[in-house]
Design a binder for this molecule. Structure first.
Ligand SMILES: C[S@@+](CC[C@H](N)C(=O)[O-])C[C@H]1O[C@@H](n2cnc3c(N)ncnc32)[C@H](O)[C@@H]1O
Ligand code: SF4
Ligand code: SF4
Length: 349
């Protein structure tokens, strides 16, 4: 049994998944919740911080957590913007934890030191790390690399599990070995995520999309390292195979509205940040109603790597359910081994 999930959690998750898949019982098991679009960074591929969106009050957030809890939610990932800029982030996390919901937080790391007490008890802290200092800082601003690394160390000292999220862009596509070595150093997993075609939060084309050959080379390296079973990469091999199709993609059925959903800062529930249609505001309608308004969706491509994992499970029955399940719900490397790392360098076979 993986250390992240006890037997009870595993049975609960598995039975809810099976209930949805076999008996059509929808449950918002996994919720991604952008609590704010405000952010103290200005990454080159993300303009979410420019969006002015009304935010829910603390009491409104609590009310939605109550409803999610009654609907069977087991995981909430708080994201943003930078979720730690919210003054009430500690109360929000504690409230969700008090309902026995597992909480994950996505962060650029900059406020982790200051807010470490707010994070105690969470299931996982996802820190964005994109490469060596110069590369990372050129994406997220001067000093951001040191903030991310300090965040990892502070979190780990306080017993909080960490994982990395690395966006594959033209800027860092040749620096992925650095991220993997850092992951090895800190004993964490990395989730690789292709950069979106448009700057996040806009329709403006991204200027940092890697060229096709660069991207293919990088994905092939990741696929090879994954095959070596180093435990460092949380994307599954089928997940990486899907990402290798970028930017073309392959039709995929969305699990949103069946097992997952996203909540925007104003309380609107949507399939995902890329597909805000069918949105229902949870401050106006019940969570149950908002969830059932998320109609079945098939997309030509899907580039949010964690959603790809869940959607692959949802779409293709033959996909290895157990490894996909582990990738979605667990944190720690399967084993700490040196396969693929020789003399401090990544060797992908
Ligand atoms: C929007 S951020 C919010 C959380 C936090 N501010 C952070 O940066 O980690 C969530 C994740 O999306 C990633 N991201 C931002 N812009 C992106 C883009 N254009 N394409 C793909 N991923 C992106 C970030 O690197 C981060 O890992
Ligand atoms: S990726 Fe995260 S840290 Fe960077 S600007 Fe967007 S919300 Fe802020
Ligand atoms: S892009 Fe992916 S997560 Fe978003 S609606 Fe389409 S299939 Fe679902």
């Amino acid at each position: 049994m993986n250390k992240d999930l006890n037997l009870f959690d595993t049975i609960k998750l598995g039975s809810r998944y099976i209930n949805a898949k076999l008996f059509g019982k929808r449950v918002p098991l996994i919720v991604s919740w952008a609590l704010t679009y405000r952010c103290n960074h200005k990454c080159v591929y993300c303009n979410l911080w420019k969006k002015e969106e009304k935010e829910l009050t603390t009491q409104q957030v609590f009310g939605i957590i109550d409803e999610l809890n009654l609907s069977g939610t087991q995981y909430i990932s708080f994201t943003g913007g930078e979720p730690l800029v919210r003054e009430d982030i500690g109360s929000i996390i504690n409230y969700a934890l008090s309902k026995n919901i597992k909480v994950r937080v996505n962060s650029n790391g900059s406020l982790v030191n200051e807010k470490i007490d707010s994070l105690k008890g969470i299931d996982k802290l996802n820190i964005s790390l994109n490469g060596p200092e110069e590369i990372h800082d050129s994406i997220s601003g001067k000093g951001s690399f040191k903030q991310a690394i300090t965040a990892v160390e502070t979190a780990q000292k306080n017993g909080i599990k960490v994982a990395f999220i690395t966006v594959l862009s033209r800027i860092n596509i040749n620096s992925l070995d650095f991220v993997l070595l850092k992951a090895k150093q800190y004993g964490v997993k990395v989730n690789f995520q292709p950069v979106t075609r448009e700057i996040l939060g806009t329709q403006v084309e991204n200027t940092v999309i890697p060229d096709k050959e660069q991207y293919q080379r990088a994905i092939n390296m990741l696929q090879n390292i994954k095959k070596l079973n180093s435990g460092l990469i949380s994307n599954t091999l089928p997940g990486l195979n899907y990402l290798s199709l970028y930017p073309k993609g392959k039709a995929i059925k969305c699990a949103s509205g069946w097992l997952s959903c996203r909540i925007e800062p104003d309380g609107s529930m949507v399939h995902c940040s890329r597909k805000p249609e069918n949105s229902t505001n949870c401050t106006i309608e019940s969570v149950g109603k908002a969830f059932s308004n998320l109609h079945d969706k098939v997309c030509e491509n899907c580039w949010c790597s964690t959603r790809v994992e869940l959607n692959m499970q949802w779409s293709y029955g033959k996909f290895n359910f157990l490894s996909g399940f582990k990738s979605t719900f667990t944190t720690e490397p399967d084993k700490y081994c040196d396969y693929g790392i020789k003399n401090g360098e990544i060797k992908a076979g």
